[in-house]
Design a binder for this molecule. Structure first.
Ligand SMILES: Cc1cc2nc3c(=O)[nH]c(=O)nc-3n(C[C@H](O)[C@H](O)[C@H](O)COP(=O)(O)OP(=O)(O)OC[C@H]3O[C@@H](n4cnc5c(N)ncnc54)[C@H](O)[C@@H]3O)c2cc1C
Length: 395
């Protein structure tokens, strides 16, 4: 049986290797000059290829499609992925939050293993598939006949890596519904005019809450300021939850571990031990230096105001702003800068057991082209591997 795999990325290479080991005649079409270009940049070049957690916990980290992925994940779990790479000769290490990496810290090792695994396939590089259609019982891919076609073209973020949204057009041409794509795991642009002055500033142990249409989403951890807004772990996570909502504002709690009363008591202590100092100097124990000018400007307090002139109301206002500093949401950064594409091929039209189209027998979709997305931590590559495995296992 001749099988075409469109896309030589994470899911395409894995499914191609699995099917060729079952002696199928597999052709990989890859538009780039080399395989696995996106894998190369994953995990900041270290490739966090899975998350070594139990399946239940895994599914808690899936933003869209967790129910759909249950079956595939039970067939091929994170520990199966780790065993696969180890059996192929790649030592693995597990870091904070169960994140699995190659021990070498080199994403190129993951690409090499997936390329070796699929080496018995026919590989057509620099071949961007233009047209796929079904004639009688076979598929025609750019003029060549195949019995089965697997679309593994990825999403449409970081399109320089080859994932440019072609898969959605192939799916549409076969009558599939595409759930509107949105950037996910992406930075957020803000309207506040002081943002540029904060560029590069990183905040740890803060709580950021997105307020969207009366719903609130909160994350605790680390964030950083960019040229136009905010990024970093908690911002990326929030972006995946709010990318289909209208976000009214973001609220930043600089001191989430302290209640308003505790923070007020701390301020009283700080102020009474530094009565003759400038407020801006004393604030340095509560806020990063870069944040003090916008903070005091907002309050309309002069930078050289002395602590002993701070009134009761002013102190209360400082406490309340430290607990809830409003950031004015503008929009998400563009999809090309997003780590993941949310949306894609409608899961209602795909069989979750084997990834086959319910509309077109013999046509399959795996990986990010599907309407599935998860948080950072190795979950998205695992989705690519699990969906690939479920498919290969069924043929
Ligand atoms: C900066 C960044 C960092 C990331 N880090 C991580 C991480 O550490 N851990 C993690 O789990 N996930 C990470 N991800 C997400 C992860 O890389 C993707 O979810 C995963 O690669 C999706 O696999 P895929 O096979 O569906 O698509 P891809 O890996 O994108 O592969 C799709 C392939 O299809 C090819 N293609 C597309 N159209 C055509 C066509 N018409 N003809 C021929 N070929 C075509 C493309 O060239 C591409 O090679 C990261 C993503 C980015 C952008």
């Amino acid at each position: 049986m001749k099988i075409a795999v469109i896309g030589g990325g994470a899911s395409g290479l894995f499914v191609a290797g699995l099917l060729s080991s079952k002696n199928y005649d597999v052709t990989i079409f890859e538009s780039n000059e080399k395989l696995g270009k996106k894998i190369y940049i994953t995990g900041k070049g270290r490739c966090n290829f899975t998350n070594c957690c139990a399946n239940d916990e895994f599914l808690n980290n899936v933003v869209r499609g967790s129910k759909f992925l249950q079956s595939a994940l039970s067939k091929f779990s994170p520990s199966d992925t780790i065993s696969f790479f180890e059996s192929m000769g790649m030592p693995v290490k597990i870091e904070r939050g169960n994140r699995a990496f190659p021990k070498s810290d080199k994403s190129s090792d993951v690409i090499k293993i997936l390329s070796d695994f699929s080496k018995n396939c026919r590989i057509l590089l620099n071949h961007r598939v233009k047209k796929i259609y079904k004639k009688d019982n076979v598929f025609v891919v750019d003029g060549e006949i195949f019995e089965k076609v697997i679309i593994a073209t990825g999403g449409k973020s970081y399109c320089a890596t080859g994932s440019n949204g072609d898969g959605y057009n192939f799916a549409k041409a076969f009558g599939h519904n595409i759930i509107t794509t949105r950037p996910a795991l992406v930075a957020i642009e803000l309207k506040n005019n002081y943002i540029k002055s904060l560029q590069g500033l990183s905040l740890k142990n803060v709580r950021l809450t997105a307020v969207c249409q009366n719903k609130k989403f909160s994350q605790f951890g680390e964030m950083l300021f960019t040229d136009k807004g905010i990024s970093g772990p908690i911002v990326l996570t929030l972006s995946s939850y709010i990318n289909r909502l209208n976000c009214d504002r973001l609220e930043l709690d600089f001191k989430p571990a302290l209640s308003i009363e505790q923070l007020d008591a701390r301020l009283i202590r700080e102020f009474s031990s530094s009565k003759n100092k400038n407020l801006s100097n004393v604030m340095a124990s509560l806020l990063p230096k870069k944040f003090i000018p916008p903070f005091l400007n907002y309050l309309k307090y002069p930078l050289n105001q002395k602590v002993n002139s701070v009134t009761y109301e002013q102190r209360k206002q400082i406490v309340s702003l430290l607990k809830c500093w409003t950031l004015d949401y503008k929009m998400l950064y563009p999809i090309d800068t997003a780590i993941i594409t949310s949306g894609g091929v409608d899961l209602l039209q795909i069989n979750p057991k084997n990834m086959e189209s319910k509309l077109v027998p013999g046509l399959y979709f795996i990986g990010e082209v599907l309407d599935v997305d998860a948080l950072t931590g190795g979950f998205n590559l695992q989705i690519a591997f699990s969906t690939a495995y479920a498919l290969a296992d069924s043929i």
